[in-house]
Design a protein around this ligand. Sequence first.
Ligand SMILES: [Zn+2]
Length: 121
Amino acid sequence: MSRAIDTLWVAKNEDQAIPPRVKLRIFAAAGGLCEECTNLIVGKLRPEYDHKIALINGGSHTEDNLQVLCSECHKVKTRADVAEKSVMARKQRKAAGIKKPRTIRSWRRFDGSVVTAPRER
Ligand SMILES: [Zn+2]
């Protein structure tokens, strides 16, 4: 007899809340410890469910991309995710040949003549 073991949860869309049974599974698998700092999540530390690869960085809203973090580590992780997102966005713009418009558009040469550059580069 073969029966599929309880399959990993996959969200139908990115707005779907993580079901309680999935949170229980993730929390139990982590042994009630934060998966970052490995502290026991008790007292003022609250368990928070985090996407290992953030949704904003292309991660999926699925059980295998979720982990439990303490509220402190989650704060730090979220900041890092946002920073990563802006680095990626910059790299993508650069790869696509998009340059920032000039902010300084005129300057003087050493001989005193003024150079005016177009905004576009
Ligand atoms: Zn932690």
